[in-house]
Ligand binder design. Sequence first.
Ligand code: UFG
Length: 329
Amino acid sequence: MSVLVTGGAGYIGSHMVWRLLDAGEKVVVIDRLSTGFDWAVPSEANLVVGDIGDPDTVGAVLREHAVQSVFHFAGSIVVPESVTDPLGYYLNNTVKSRALIEACVDAGVPHFIFSSTAAVYGTPETAETVSEDAALHPESPYGTSKLMTETMLRDAASAHPLTYACLRYFNVAGADPAGRTGQSTRDATHLIKVATQAALSKRPFMQVFGADYPTPDGTCIRDYIHVTDLVEAHYLALQHLRSGGDNLVANCGYGHGHSVLEVVDVVKRVSGSDFEVRMADRRAGDAVTIVANADRIRESLAWTPRYDDLEKIVTHALKWEEALSRRNT
Ligand code: UFG
């Protein structure tokens, strides 16, 4: 019996593959390598290069590998891109997820764990932390495309023998502490990735998008979660479902945030590089503060994060960025 990881050649998916192999699980990956890399998939896992929207490919993998659990990471993840290409996002994230869920139902796969996002909430109504019961008002096709998949899973699970977890990620960052994988995506836009690239002179400077927000230092606040703690939450969710636990929708964050300038300071301190930081206009669509209420995941899965420390997140991200330079990627 195997575990299927869609998008296993990508950033979070490749960390999940390593976590599953470390636990002695058999792993099969489906990835079409549009943004991921075949070298990111450890040789102990089976890699099938294919599309999760293709029922023949998925059906064959589910049967041939006797898949009992699916982690679904494959999808498009850039919020502004989803605004200019909404139909592309609904295709990749919603239509293809529907095909994948149907193939799983047809094959009788019992457990499905879905990579969702804090973007399903839109701009939080208060500056407090956001709990899972907050109103769902996605403000981009990206957020809507993920919420539609959550809804399909909920309804499919009430009609068929399928149990699921939807994990809503806040700002995922860092890399495998053992240096086996990390964020390798080309043209990444995420803050910690961009700042580590500036620290290593892969960019001439970085920009801070808006320093006039109503926060203590004027920059936006986010809840940065180490990717290793995130995949641990996924593994606990799998164990929860395997032992008969209820379906689960849960936030994945630490419950406290850091401003953009705090992140920049930590990257400068850890790297020892005083790279150029330019103050720029606000970026369209940025909410002031997005921080998780993480009570549910801590309580329902007994999740105890090990890397709730911005310095560790940055240290691991920087180490991976250096490794990528040696790889010439
Ligand atoms: N930022 C900069 N300069 C940069 C990059 C980012 O100042 O070069 C700022 C942004 O303006 C924002 C903060 O850093 O205030 C974080 O931005 P990211 O792009 O790293 O992440 P987002 O918070 O915009 O997006 C994240 C996830 C999305 C998810 C969203 C949910 O990456 O997938 O949270 O709110 F949808």
